[in-house]
Design a protein around this ligand. Structure first.
Ligand code: F6P
Length: 425
């Protein structure tokens, strides 16, 4: 009897609106390429270490399930933030993982994640080569932060940018509506830790029917509270309502995060990243005390990465495409690599997939180039906006049931999502 050829796929890091589209791409392509079984790790490598996995054929039955999965936000399988130790630090953990892989007849291990998750692909593929195991390890890019090296952009970014652009327009309209004979300052806080791609996406709001935000502060450039105050005072002389976009990760020149000046939480994750949040509310309180006008802080928080009702069609399709490309690469014998998106043209927008050694990507961060910010780093340039524009195009409406989006959720009790799917699907 021929040896079984199975695939296992996991999701890792902060979820996005389209991470499940990559999962759907992996599943569909694996079946089409004749893999016997497609397993899903429940909560990534962390769950796998506890032997938490499922056979995805028990979850995905029809073409409608694939469509539903593509439009379901957050991680269908459950995600994790788990850093594997260096191989020399804890060989036992690697032996355990490879025992589980052998037990499941795994030929290819696919991990959908960001730069930290690519560290897992790097270490597992290194270990396999070192110890003569022949499983293939492939990475599928994912992150709203758009900070992965060597790929033009990352799946998840386009949809988050689209949501942020739309939300910024709506916030500006709301703020303008009440600004009569009184001043109002609105501060919007956007995710992205060290990379300002998403915060810059607020500039998408600048359209023929909207002036866009007044100021945009990215984390790549040190934040100067006095210069900020001066800019705000100048603007208030001319306008009643001003809207300012700030990254959750803006830092002072001495390295302190602005959110740390307030009550920002100081917990760190497995990769040593500080928990962000509170930047906008700190600045809103600061301005309210200094200027004495009404201020409001709007923290987009998880909404920006889970808003599948605002997903971009380009993004969903590309997320699906990179999932499929990883299966193809594994099937053709590649390992220790991550699929990337190569932009072929802007108008009409066209992109294809490429593939790179994961050692060149893991733990690296692609930041917004200084040349894509204005002189005093308080806005982004037209080149920046032109780069994002194609990525937010098209819609992929959720499948609506009784006025709300329907999601595909696991049927296993105790599994990620912990919701039993109703029979009618
Ligand atoms: O890694 C993606 C990301 O969305 C970052 O932009 C953000 O800083 C982080 O996740 C927030 O993670 P959590 O939801 O675990 O606080």
């Amino acid at each position: 009897m021929a040896k079984k050829r199975n695939i296992i796929v996991g999701q890792s890091g902060g979820p996005t609106a389209v991470i499940n589209s990559s999962l759907a791409g992996v599943y569909k392509n694996a079946i089409e390429r004749g893999f016997d079984k497609v397993y899903g790790m429940i909560h990534g490598i962390q769950g796998l270490l506890d032997e938490q996995y499922i056979d995805l054929s028990t979850q995905i039955h029809t073409a409608l399930d694939i469509e539903l999965l593509k439009r379901t936000p957050s991680a269908f399988l459950g995600s994790c933030r788990f850093k594997l130790p260096e191989i020399h630090e804890d060989k036992a953990i690697y032996e355990k993982i490879f025992e589980i892989l052998a037990k499941l007849d795994i030929d290819a291990f696919i991990y959908i994640g960001g730069n930290d998750s690519m560290d897992t692909i790097k270490k597992l593929s290194d270990y396999a080569i070192l110890t003569g195991h022949n499983q293939k390890f492939l990475g599928v890019p994912k992150t709203i932060d758009n900070d992965l090296a060597l790929t033009d952009h990352t799946p998840g970014f386009g949809s988050a940018a689209k949501y942020i652009g739309a939300a910024t327009k709506e916030v500006i309209r709301d703020a303008q509506g009440l600004a009569y004979k009184k001043k109002q300052i609105t501060i919007m806080e956007i995710m992205g830790r060290n990379a300002g791609w998403l915060t810059g996406a607020t500039a998408l709001a600048k359209t023929e029917d909207c002036d866009g935000p007044d100021l945009i502060y990215l984390p790549e450039v040190p934040f100067d509270l006095d210069a900020f105050m001066k800019k705000v005072q100048d603007l208030l002389e001319r306008k009643d309502s001003i809207v300012i976009a700030v990254s959750e990760g803006i830092k002072l020149a001495d390295g302190r995060y602005v959110c740390e000046l307030g009550n920002g939480a100081d917990s760190v994750d497995a990769f040593g990243h500080k928990q962000m949040g509170g930047t906008a509310s700190y600045l809103a309180n600061y301005l309210s005390a200094e200027v004495g006008c009404k201020t409001r802080a709007v923290e987009l928080s998880t909404l920006q990465r889970s808003a599948s009702h605002m997903a971009s069609r380009v993004d969903i399709d590309e997320a699906f495409m990179v999932g499929g490309a990883a299966v193809k690469a594994a099937d053709e014998g590649d390992t220790g690599k991550m699929v990337v998106i190569d932009r072929l043209s802007d108008d009409p927008y066209m992109a294809t997939t490429g593939i790179y050694d994961v050692h060149r990507i893991a733990n690296e961060e692609k930041l917004v180039p200084r040349s894509w910010m204005n002189k005093d780093a308080t806005y982004v340039t037209k080149d920046f906006v032109d780069y994002i524009n194609p990525l937010i195009q098209g819609d992929y409406q959720p499948i609506m049931v009784n006025g709300l989006p329907r999601h595909l959720v696991m049927t296993m009790p105790g599994a990620a999502g912990r919701t039993r799917r109703k029979k009618e699907m």
